[in-house]
Unconditional design. Structure first.
Lengths: 433, 309
């Protein structure tokens, strides 16, 4: 079939990519957010290429197949540091992150110029369960009520509303593990009335979170404090990037990412703070919910616990941090707003520490127990998965607040392996290492 | 007569619909690039390439959608936008439909938009789209009330509900000065009603695109064009109601309208990029507790000023 001018024109559009993140796959988000010819989309229906990034556990492959089949034709997939599904014979694998934008663009262009066929559907296009065929409307219940058409409960008024007494039909659905607003790997069964979450059950746990190698080094030996603190800042900035994208604030998210990319011990976060405050992030966005009790905050650890008023930070026990005059910053409210304010304050504090430590060339003293950006880490105590906590704190929140709460909480367990992020060392890191 | 009353209005509306939606896409892209979004390529070409991509893409189906309603909703929204555009006066004589009650018809366009947006989210038979639809319905009423009060405010000095009369009543002084609260309130209504930027709660990122999260291919193109066209229609009504419509020295009337509409669009699109999304709960509270009383003040102000004259 001849390629029409319409297809040629379509081939010039930035590549709409849906990222399905496996273990350690979130590095691609940061790389692709800065690529000029890539558009990261939130729904597989809006994508031309499915990018599977990082290892996908075998038990999530079925969900991955379902996501794969949701892409409208013409569409294809690219596998980054991950073995393609055996059914996809033509699928391409790529391991070099710098070549990723180019490879995605090539697939998109080939699809539209019809030099490459679309991926085949992997699953039969059948309902997962039979239509019951009983009752007045074939919905499986009696009269007009009840029933589980296609194996799913009908949206029924079964529960009282838990907030304001305005009862709507309850709708139960499962979401994840590739939903971009969730931590990668996490899935949940949710019941909503309108946009109010009535119940929440975390079903699969988020992937382990990997830290910069310097934190692993710090458990073995003394490392430069400047390097450690800059790695901490970068970790927090990456989380803030995600939070701002979720808040529909792409320009500020990119600001954060640029700061993270160009981080040196002379960097400052003043402009970032001004922007967040001036344009009302702390006031307008859905940051009211997700209050953690002290006990819950302790289970999460790290900045989330300090945002709830606990002032435990292992850096206070390190002699050289004491020399720098370190004392933990903390907030008291324990809600989503307090957590982002805490993150911002810790970013500023770490930049300050990094600057001072670089000047005085200070190294860490304590390798037995260190404070990672995810929480305290020692032989006895390691940040563990806290995603079950969501079952307690999410019900009663509106959808927007629920997702903002999840984004503000760092709930995944710590990986034993350091982060592999292909990027050149920044100048200050080179100097300090 | 046929030419003047049937052919010409249709040509005007279609031209503004296409040209306006295209300008919105180009301007939004330029503003995004200015604010640091990494986008390569020609901004003049990008709406066309995107349109072409959506045209060649498959229109997917979800499991058991309300098929007809789902396909109809984008078209209906486009029709509503066209209805709004038909009311915009380009000069004293160049108006597609110069109704004696054009302000009322615009009010009904805003109200029917709620129905169509709900239909779009509900008929997809998917949870995130449905949540987006619920949200719009929950918020729609609060925008509409403010919009109505503000528009009654501009109808008072004109002593008419006809937009051409509203424009002519601004010969001496534009409403943006005469009723200083009106335009800012109406711009907030505009962002809410067209669910754009900080008030995009129906098609938002936390819902992976909300009511449009399950749509692909040509229906998505229609939906996107309709959303942009609705923003253009809104800017036309705002320019006529507050910025003196076609009035102005040196340039011809239609050109003045284009300039004023582009200015309103630029403000809306810029706001859409520099402010984070407002939480739905905060949005409802702000509308009812702050903006609605301000709309009352605006109306009383307009009433007292009208009596004074």
């Amino acid at each position: 079939m001849a390629v029409s001018w319409l297809h040629r024109l379509a081939g010039l559009t930035p590549v709409p990519v849906f990222p399905a993140l496996g273990m350690g796959g979130d590095v691609v988000l940061r790389r692709l957010a800065q690529a000029t010819n890539i558009e990261l989309v939130g729904s597989p229906r809006h994508a031309s290429v499915l990018l599977v990034a990082g290892g996908v556990q075998p038990d999530l492959l079925e969900a991955l197949r379902r996501v794969h089949d949701q892409l409208p034709w013409p569409s294809s997939s690219l596998w980054f540091r991950c073995e393609p599904l055996p059914e996809l014979e033509d699928a391409t694998r790529i391991d070099d992150i710098e070549a990723l934008p180019g490879a995605l663009a090539a697939i998109h262009r080939e699809l539209l110029l019809q030099r490459r066929g679309s991926s085949p559907r992997l699953l039969p296009d059948n309902p997962p369960n039979p239509w019951e065929g009983l009752g007045d409307d074939g919905h499986g219940g009696e009269g007009m009520m009840g029933g589980v058409p296609y194996g799913r409960p009908m949206a029924m008024n079964m529960h009282d509303d838990i907030r304001d007494g305005l009862t709507l039909d309850s709708l139960t659905f499962r979401i994840g593990p590739f939903f971009p607003a969730f931590p990668p790997g996490m899935s949940a069964e949710v019941t909503v009335q309108g946009d109010l979450v009535q119940s929440w059950t975390t079903q699969s746990l988020p992937h382990l979170v990997a830290l910069d190698p310097v934190f692993h080094d710090a458990r073995q030996r003394s490392v430069p404090i400047a390097r450690l603190e800059l790695a901490r800042v970068r970790y927090h900035l990456h989380r803030l990037f995600h939070g701002l994208r979720l808040a529909g604030w792409e320009s500020a998210a990119l600001h954060v990412l640029h700061l993270a990319m160009r981080l040196t011990s002379d960097s400052r976060a003043d402009a970032l703070r001004r922007r967040l405050e001036r344009y009302g992030f702390f006031y307008l966005a859905a940051l009211d919910g997700g209050v953690l009790e002290v006990e819950q905050a302790r289970r999460v650890g790290g900045p989330a616990s300090r945002a709830a008023g606990l002032d435990d930070d292992l850096r206070s026990e390190d002699a050289n941090y004491q020399r720098l005059g370190f004392s933990p910053v903390f907030h008291n409210a324990g809600d989503t707003r307090a957590r982002w304010q805490q993150i911002l304050a810790e970013i500023e504090q770490s930049l300050q520490l990094a600057k001072q430590a670089a000047r005085e060339d200070l190294h860490t003293q304590n390798s037995v127990a260190i404070e990672t950006p995810r929480g305290p880490w020692s032989d006895e105590r390691c940040p563990t998965d806290a995603s079950r906590l969501l079952d307690e704190i999410i019900p009663g929140l509106e959808w927007d607040s629920a997702l903002a709460t999840i984004a503000s909480l760092d709930i995944a367990a710590l990986s034993d392996w350091p982060l592999v992020e292909d990027k050149p060392l920044t100048r200050s890191e080179e100097r300090s290492s | 007569m046929i030419l003047n009353e049937m052919v010409l209005p249709i040509i005007v509306v279609l031209a503004v619909l296409v040209g306006g939606a295209y300008s919105v896409a180009v301007m939004d892209r330029v503003i995004a690039t200015r604010l640091g979004a990494p986008r390569a390529g020609n901004p003049w070409l990008s709406p066309l390439t995107r349109g072409a991509w959506l045209l060649v893409q498959q229109a997917n189906v979800t499991e058991a959608p309300d098929g007809r309603a789902w396909r109809l909703a984008p078209a209906l929204y486009l029709a509503l936008a066209a209805t709004g555009l038909a009311l915009v006066p380009w000069s004293e004589t160049l108006v597609a439909t110069d109704l004696a009650t054009s302000v009322v018809l615009w009010g009904s366009v805003e109200a029917l938009a709620t129905v169509v947006i709900f239909l779009h989210g509900w008929s997809a038979n998917a949870p995130l789209a449905l949540i987006g639809a619920y949200r719009y319905v929950a918020l729609g009423l609060s925008y509409l009330l403010i919009s109505m009060f503000v528009l009654i405010g501009v109808a008072l000095p004109a002593e008419s509900l006809q937009l051409t009369q509203v424009v002519m009543s601004q010969e001496g002084l534009w409403n943006v000065v005469r009723q200083p609260l009106g335009l800012p309130l109406f711009l907030v209504v505009g962002l809410g009603m067209t669910f754009w930027g900080p008030l995009n709660l129906a098609d938002s990122t936390d819902l992976a695109g909300g009511t449009a999260s399950e749509v692909s291919g040509p229906p998505r193109l229609v939906w996107d064009v309709a959303r942009a066209a609705m923003l253009v229609a809104f800017s036309g009504i705002a320019a006529s109601a507050f910025l003196g419509g076609w009035l102005g020295p040196w340039l011809s009337g239609p050109l003045w309208m284009v300039v004023k509409m582009l200015a309103v669009l630029a403000v809306l699109l810029w706001l859409g990029r520099v402010v984070p999304r407002v939480a739905p709960e905060r949005c409802v509270t702000g509308m009812w507790v702050v903006l609605l009383p301000l709309a009352f003040v605006d109306l009383i102000w307009a009433g007292v000023a009208a009596l004074w004259q």
